[in-house]
Ligand binder design. Structure first.
Ligand SMILES: Cc1cc2nc3c(=O)[nH]c(=O)nc-3n(C[C@H](O)[C@H](O)[C@H](O)COP(=O)(O)OP(=O)(O)OC[C@H]3O[C@@H](n4cnc5c(N)ncnc54)[C@H](O)[C@@H]3O)c2cc1C
Length: 553
């Protein structure tokens, strides 16, 4: 009896062995706009590695064989260890080798921009291992407020060697850090924190405390140390909490369980309790929120970068699949309605890339002494909540539409092989953590009150003034809204309009004319309800050709 019931055909090939950088015009153009001196050879190497079948295999395995918590050994002692699949370690080692964590702080001009572009490319391979990487990057400025700890930890946080061993920091070749703010009764409103820090003495690292309490979300608990918020006698304060104390004693941090999450499966997110855990003050007592927000502002940058990377990955999968799949007599990519969808996704992806990298330049210039006028510092303050809010909000809609272009196969994971489904599950996270959407727009209202902000904004938007009538109308109403600034309920509208104006200004400067024209014609003329509403006259082919990733021979 023949077992051959049918032939399998008209399916797209796996999207592997693609150079994710050399086929990504939008990223290359945004990168050279923000840092003309970037190392093209480094990026070509990174793009090839991230798109390789081997790295994609690691991504699949790390998300299929998820982290496992061991709370106790078989004799009943607490061990509080998380075991990861070897592919998780391979990915994390690659991220540190590519210097995506603490290294840019000593890299000089352009270091933060290059790191941002590399972070986006890495996200196209695997986003969830980047959680501890992002926190280790972001912690550096906040940690400087305790000079003694910074002196001993900074080199380890910038080391390009990944050391997974559970050892005291002095014995390790590379270190990672996380953060703990969110408690059961409050995440956004950190004033509700109940963890208590009692003074325990003074030593070489400054004032020492004992923390008692919990954290409801505590990601990457195998990091070597954390910045946490707790209530000290002087109010809510930021504390440095190592997993192993300098004398080799394991700190009293009990990992209660790992979260069962929608996505982000390769990353362990835990719940912890502190039983008089030892910690040191970072900054001043009572100033914990601004102190830890020095870290939070940078993880927000990474949320925007990560979402832009995920968008590009989803777009590439959609373009790759629809170019190969035939329906109704021609390829899906040649069907006019599908072209409109693909081109619209391409616009959104390029606009996200442009805004996220512009923010990275503001970070770079304000950190590297290239901001005598203070303009870049203002841009950093303004663009952080705008980019985090708008790019991350667009991410989930984007992933849904990209998934739909793969039809039913887009919805199927099949032991982690269905990458689009993984992207879809990952997308909402960047919008929730590090300050959810509403928190971002409230922060934007505060940012807009800074002296000089209105003129900084006008300067950033000036490249597109009078370029398009609908854009000009949005600009006028946005200025009025900023003048009012009392309408908290309208804050999301304001954030959206500012994001679109800034994105248009950037696309004008470094995207193609077809991309810029289509962006203005679609984003300012009418509300963008769903993707695929580009009006007649838009050059769909030119936009798609610019976005198309090509597999290496
Ligand atoms: C996978 C994962 C990992 C995480 N890892 C960490 C970690 O490592 N460390 C850590 O500290 N936290 C972590 N978090 C927690 C995360 O940062 C919080 O969930 C987030 O900040 C929101 O806090 P919440 O959950 O308490 O929600 P809430 O604060 O209750 O907010 C709920 C909703 O209300 C909105 N809201 C709040 N205040 C206002 C207001 N004034 N006006 C209008 N709307 C408002 C918010 O925008 C949100 O949409 C993680 C979360 C997830 C999902």
């Amino acid at each position: 009896m023949s077992r051959c019931t049918h032939a399998v055909f008209n399916q797209s090939t796996p999207f592997v062995d693609v150079n994710l950088f050399t086929t990504h015009c939008a990223l290359a153009d945004a990168l050279s706009f923000n840092y003309a001196g970037f190392d093209a050879a480094r990026f070509a190497g990174l793009g090839a590695e991230m798109g390789s079948a081997e790295m994609q295999r690691h991504a699949r395995l790390a998300n299929t064989f998820t982290p496992q918590l061991r709370t106790h050994d078989r004799y009943g002692h607490r061990v509080d260890q998380v075991d990861f699949h070897p592919s998780y370690h391979a990915l994390l080692a690659a991220a540190l080798r590519h210097r995506l964590h603490g290294a840019p702080w000593s890299a000089g001009t352009g270091g933060h921009v290059e790191r941002a572009a590399a972070f986006m490319l890495f996200t196209e391979c695997e986003p969830s291992v980047l959680c501890p990487v992002s926190m280790s990057y972001a912690v550096m400025p906040a940690l400087r407020a305790n000079a003694a700890i910074y002196a001993e930890w900074a080199a380890g946080l910038a080391s390009d060697r990944y050391d997974q061993r559970f050892l005291p920091f002095q014995e390790k070749t590379g270190l990672t850090m996380g953060m703990g703010m969110t408690e059961k009764q409050g995440g956004s409103d950190v004033r509700a924190i109940t963890s208590r820090a009692d003074i325990d003495g003074e030593d070489a690292w400054g004032r020492r405390y004992r923390i008692t309490g919990h954290k409801w979300f505590f990601s990457a608990p195998m990091c070597d140390a954390f910045l946490v918020l707790a209530q000290t006698p002087g109010g809510l304060s930021c504390l440095f909490l190592p997993r192993i104390l300098p004398d080799g004693t394991v700190n009293t941090i009990a990992i209660q369980r790992l979260k069962h999450k929608l996505g982000n499966h390769a990353n362990a997110s835990s719940e912890v309790e502190f039983d008089a855990a030892c910690a040191w003050l970072v900054g001043d007592e009572g100033r914990g929120v601004p102190q830890i927000l020095a870290m939070g502002a940078l993880t927000r940058l990474d949320c925007a970068l990560g979402t832009a990377g995920l968008m590009r990955h989803a777009l590439s999968l959609a373009l790759h699949h629809t170019a190969q799949r035939q329906a109704f007599g021609r390829s899906l990519a040649d069907q006019p309605v599908m072209k409109n969808v693909l081109a619209d996704l391409a616009l959104e992806s390029e606009a996200a890339t442009a805004l996220a990298l512009r923010l990275a330049r503001a970070v770079d210039h304000s950190e590297n002494g290239q901001d005598a006028s203070g303009h870049e510092t203002l841009c950093r303050r303004l663009l952080t909540p705008i980019a985090k809010f708008w790019i991350c909000k667009r991410g989930s809609l984007f992933a849904q539409e990209a998934m739909e272009s793969l039809g039913g196969n887009g919805y199927v994971e099949e032991q982690g092989e269905g990458v689009m489904a993984r992207i879809y599950r990952e997308m909402p996270l960047n919008s929730i953590w590090e300050g959810a959407g509403n928190i971002m727009v409230l922060d934007l209202l505060r940012a807009l009150r800074a002296p000089g902000m209105a003129s900084a904004l006008e300067y950033e938007i000036s490249p597109v003034r009078r370029a398009h009538p609908a854009l000009e109308r949005t600009f006028a109403t946005t200025l009025q809204a900023i003048d009012g600034l009392r309408e908290e309920a309208q804050a999301r509208c304001l954030a959206r309009d500012l994001a679109l104006l800034l994105q248009a200004a950037l696309l004008r400067q470094h995207a193609s004319d077809a991309v810029f024209d289509a962006f203005c014609a679609s984003r300012f003329e009418a509300a963008a309800d769903v993707f695929g509403l580009l009006p007649a006259g838009v050059d769909l082919d030119a936009i798609i050709t610019r976005a198309m990733p090509v597999q290496m021979a």
